[in-house]
Design a protein around this ligand. Structure first.
Ligand SMILES: Nc1ncnc2c1ncn2[C@@H]1O[C@H](COP(=O)(O)OP(=O)(O)OP(=O)(O)O)[C@@H](O)[C@H]1O
Ligand SMILES: [Mg+2]
Length: 269
C-alpha cells in the first residue's frame, strides 16, 4: 500500500472465524502501522470484537493468519503476544472494582515490571504511575475505588491499564463510549500523541466524528467482511459504505440519543 512508509506492524491475513453456523469474520485482511491510527468500523455484530480477539489470541481463527512484528503469531497464546507488545482495552470494563484507580494501573505495570514506555521516565515507579494517570486525564481519581468512578473515567482507566503494559500495538474497543464531548476531544489528542510517539493504534469505535478526526486509515466491516478500506475522505464518499450504512441506525451505548450513521458518514439519501 503506497500510502504507508513502513511495513505493517500487524497484518491480519484472510481470517475467517465461524461460530457454528455463524460466520463472524469472513476473509478479513487488513493491517496496522507504527505511528498510525487505524479505524475498524461497522454495524453491531459486524465482527469487530471478534477480530480483536483473533489478534490478541483469545479466539482461534477457523482459517487465516495473524502476522505481528514480521512473525506468524497465529498460534501464539495471549500472554506471549502481550509480552511482545500487543495491548488492548475491552468493550466491557474489566478493572478490579475493589482496587483504587492507581492500584489497578500498578497491577498492570507489575505484570512486566519494567519502566513505563508511554510516559517520560521519572526514576520513581510510584510517581511514574501518577504521571501516566495524569497523561490519560484521570489523575484526580488516583485514590478512588475503581467501582466508584464515572463510566467515562472507567474507560480512561482501561486505557491507562493497557498503556501500563507497554504496548507497541494498542487495540481499543469502543474507547470513547461514556466520554463527554470535551473528554472525547482530549482523548483524540492523546491518541494522536501516542501515534506520533510510535504506537500503532487499532480502534473500534462508533463515534464517527472521532474516527474521521483521528484515523489515518479506516477499514469497514459488514457481516464479517471488509467492504471498504481507505482514508477518512475515501470512506466518507465510498458508495459501498454508504449503501451498507443507509438506513442503519443504532442506539449509542453512551447516551440516550439515537445515532444515525448515515448522517454521521455524510450520506445524502
Ligand atoms: N463466542 C461466540 N459464540 C457465538 N457467536 C459469537 C461469539 N462471539 C461473537 N459471536 C457472533 O459473531 C458476530 C460478530 O460479533 P462481534 O462481537 O465480533 O461483533 P461487533 O462488531 O464487535 O459488534 P458490536 O458493535 O455490537 O460490539 C455476531 O453475530 C455475534 O453474535
Ligand atoms: Mg464489539
Amino acid at each position: 500500500m503506497g500510502r504507508h512508509s513502513s511495513s505493517a506492524l500487524l497484518e491480519v491475513d484472510d481470517v475467517i472465524v465461524k461460530f457454528g453456523g455463524v460466520t463472524a469474520v469472513n476473509r478479513a485482511t487488513f493491517s496496522a502501522h507504527r505511528g498510525q491510527i487505524t479505524g475498524l468500523i461497522g454495524p453491531n455484530g459486524a465482527g469487530k470484537t471478534t477480530c480483536f480477539n483473533v489478534i490478541t489470541g483469545l479466539q482461534k481463527p477457523t482459517s487465516g493468519r495473524v502476522r505481528y512484528q514480521d512473525r506468524d503469531v497465529t498460534r501464539w497464546p495471549v500472554h506471549r503476544r502481550a509480552k511482545h507488545g500487543v495491548g488492548r482495552t475491552f468493550q466491557r470494563l474489566e478493572a478490579f472494582g475493589s482496587l483504587t484507580v492507581r492500584d489497578n494501573v500498578r497491577v498492570a505495570r507489575d505484570i512486566h515490571g519494567g519502566p513505563l514506555a508511554w510516559v517520560r521516565p521519572s526514576g520513581r515507579s510510584a510517581l511514574e504511575i501518577d504521571v501516566l494517570l495524569d497523561r490519560v486525564g484521570i489523575g484526580q481519581y488516583a485514590d478512588e475505588r475503581a467501582d466508584s468512578i464515572p463510566t467515562g473515567t472507567a474507560r480512561l482507566l482501561e486505557l491507562a491499564r493497557a498503556l501500563a503494559c507497554n504496548p507497541q500495538l494498542l487495540l481499543l474497543d469502543e474507547p470513547s463510549s461514556g466520554l463527554d464531548e470535551s473528554e472525547t476531544d482530549a482523548f483524540g489528542d492523546l491518541l494522536k500523541d501516542l501515534a506520533a510517539e510510535g504506537a500503532a493504534i487499532l480502534m473500534v469505535e462508533h463515534d464517527m466524528d472521532l474516527v474521521m478526526a483521528v484515523c489515518d486509515d479506516i477499514h469497514v466491516l459488514d457481516f464479517g467482511q471488509i467492504i471498504a478500506s481507505g482514508t477518512p475522505a475515501d470512506i466518507r464518499t465510498d458508495p459501498v459504505v454508504q449503501r451498507a450504512y443507509l438506513g442503519y441506525a443504532e442506539v449509542d451505548h453512551s447516551g440516550d440519543e439515537e445515532i444515525d450513521h448515515t448522517t454521521e458518514l455524510g450520506v445524502v439519501s
